[in-house]
Design a protein around this ligand. Structure first.
Ligand SMILES: [Zn+2]
Length: 69
């Protein structure tokens, strides 16, 4: 008896959108905002610290005047 077997075609690409990983720590991102920025919420907070800390550091940074202004 000859038994036919269907050819096994293993596709490495799984169905669905590709997982976006954080470009800083490499963790898979699940949030829409994280996927857009390419950073996890924790790493995004590291690179873009928000809060009164920015205002206090503003005194340390000298802003260059625009040339011709
Ligand atoms: Zn990260």
């Amino acid at each position: 008896m000859h038994q036919e077997q269907p050819p096994l075609e293993t596709e490495p690409v799984a169905a669905g959108p590709r997982p976006v990983r954080c470009r800083l720590c490499g963790r898979p991102l699940t949030g829409a905002a994280s996927r857009r920025s390419g950073l996890g919420p924790a790493c995004d907070a590291k690179l873009h610290p928000a809060g009164p800390d920015i205002r206090t550091r503003r005194h340390e940074v000298e802003q260059d005047a625009l040339p011709g202004f």
